[in-house]
Design a protein around this ligand. Structure first.
Ligand code: SER
Ligand code: ZN
Length: 503
């Protein structure tokens, strides 16, 4: 026996006590077990006691979980007893639900769950008991989610301290340069940028904005437009529902900027707040907290989730595949906390995110085309020293997953593009900057958002073109003086605008 479910059903009226009541109920329970669990899973009604309005029942099984049989039993009970004894179901709950499953290696640290439970180990078998599950928790299959969570936590413990997966794909061509400064520091000194009015954000003056927008034009002209990508314009706020479906909400709740709405826009309700502002010239934060609701959405973290939302529930005609779109409207916000550094690690950044959907073959071909176009831009227009690596896929990282998918086949997963930043030290020892990525995510998001092809398989993928990252990688290697910039980039950028002179 791997699963044992001890449950109690409360009826709206009493049944005959003892053997008579049991004779009434047992065949119904056995029928449900046989039909739902089938012969293979060796399901059984191992205990059944009828006492007045209460039925105590224990179901066991191997393989398939017995709660589906319990739910079916209760439904049948309702149908039959409702007719014959005028008795209905008042409530249903599991007192204890125990499952055994292999867990190797057994976690060294205790594993906790946020619901009543006990967990212990017999060799490499974990024995998990959840207590007090109501009908909704049973219907909603909390038991399997709890098992998955224990497995995930055990995996995470095993991975703790291990590096993220990283394997070099294409090595860099060395490009000697003379610029050695931190580009953000250099831009601050020349007044190109100013550290923003709120955390981790930057104000880009005309010169810096000119470079950033040149990068954007470059990506659109040399990569996206020739490959037939069309622009879409998406909202800035991601709903919780979207991030539940992608796994972001479970994976990174500490990295979002949350969006909250005012409870009302009635000026009368805000009067005390505005009066306090007028008198104190400060923000009455306690008063504000009362007037603003709990967070109801998230400021854009990545753009692809909302593109998938756009397509959710739709069937895409074969002629529209591969579907290639990009968004450059939503601005990404990430709570970076300790990780902030200059313009290369910020809480708010501008990114073009191409998203593509198609058959696996179409996406693999498109990845080659994108790689060729990116290579052309980084080698011949920006003349960067850059390399690529196969890394832990972004969707595993961002959904709190661990390990690496497809490390050897290299079909589904993420390629990072990294640039050498001379100011950080030697090529060998310093950390290079991830300035771009390119992923194929398989059917993870097409499934999560129920996006269907007319026939066959539908996969998707995305690529993050981080404009601040392109800008820093470029300026870190080429410096701030346009005279030192490659001629093809200067053509695309055009003449730099004057920065205001401050006295
Ligand atoms: N969605 C991908 C990421 O967040 C590409 O930008 O890394
Ligand atoms: Zn994406």
């Amino acid at each position: 026996m791997e699963n044992e479910l001890v449950a109690e059903v409360v009826l709206s009226g009493a049944l005959p006590e003892g053997p008579e009541g049991e004779a009434l109920v047992r065949p119904i329970a056995e029928e449900a077990v046989a039909q739902v669990l089938g012969a293979k899973s060796e399901g059984a009604v191992s205990q059944l006691v009828v006492r007045g309005e209460r039925i105590a029942i224990t179901l066991t099984s191997t393989g398939a979980r017995p709660h589906q049989a319990l739910l079916s039993f209760v439904k049948r009970l309702q149908d039959r007893l409702g007719r014959s004894h005028r008795v209905g179901i008042r409530s249903l709950r599991a007192l204890h639900y125990t499952v055994r499953f292999p867990l190797d290696p057994v976690p060294a640290q205790p594993i906790g769950l946020p619901i009543p439970h006990e967990i212990w180990y017999e060799g490499t078998t974990a024995v998990l008991t959840l207590s007090e599950l109501d009908e909704e928790a049973l219907r909603d299959n909390w038991i399997d989610r709890a098992v998955a969570l224990v497995e995930e936590k055990a995996r995470r413990q095993a991975y703790q301290g291990k590096e993220q997966y990283w394997a070099l794909l294409k090595p860099a061509v060395v490009r000697p340069g003379s610029f050695r400064e931190d580009p953000t520091e250099a831009m601050i000194r020349r007044g190109w940028v100013r550290n923003g009015p709120t955390k981790g954000k930057w104000f880009l003056g005309p010169r810096a904005a000119h470079v950033l927008r040149a990068m954007e034009r470059l990506a659109r002209r040399e990569v996206l437009e020739p490959l037939g990508f069309s622009e879409v314009v998406q909202p800035h706020h991601d709903s919780f529902d979207i991030l539940l479906r992608t796994g972001h909400l479970a994976g990174l709740p500490g990295e979002f900027y949350y969006v909250a709405e005012p409870r009302t826009r009635d000026p009368g309700a805000w009067e005390r707040f505005t009066d306090l502002v007028k008198i104190t010239r400060q923000v009455p934060t306690e008063e504000l907290a009362k007037l603003v609701g709990p967070p109801s959405a998230v400021s854009c973290y990545a753009q692809c989730p909302t593109v998938y939302w756009w397509l959710s529930g739709r069937t895409i005609a074969e002629g529209s595949l591969p579907l290639k779109v990009y968004d450059r409207t939503a601005i990404s916000n990430r709570y970076e906390s300790g990780g902030r550094h200059g313009l290369e690690r910020v809480d708010e950044f501008h990114r073009i995110e191409p998203v593509y959907l198609g058959t696996p073959e179409q996406l693999l071909a498109l990845r080659e085309e994108l790689l060729a176009r990116y290579t052309q831009v980084f080698d011949n227009v920006l003349e960067l020293e850059w390399r690529t690596a196969w890394v832990t896929p972004f969707y595993l990282q961002q959904s709190g997953g661990v390990g690496v998918e497809d490390a050897t086949e290299r079909i589904q997963g993420t390629i990072d593009f990294e640039a050498y930043l001379p100011y950080r030290g030697s090529r060998e020892e310093s950390e290079w900057l991830e300035f771009q990525n390119l992923s194929i995510v398989g059917d993870k998001y097409t499934k999560a958002f129920t996006i269907r092809p007319q026939k066959g398989l539908l996969w998707s993928g995305c690529s993050g073109i981080g404009l601040e990252r392109w800008t820093t990688a470029f300026l870190a290697q080429k410096g701030l003086d346009p005279e030192g910039w490659p001629s093809r980039f200067r053509e695309i950028a055009g003449p730099p605008p004057p920065d205001p002179t401050f006295l």
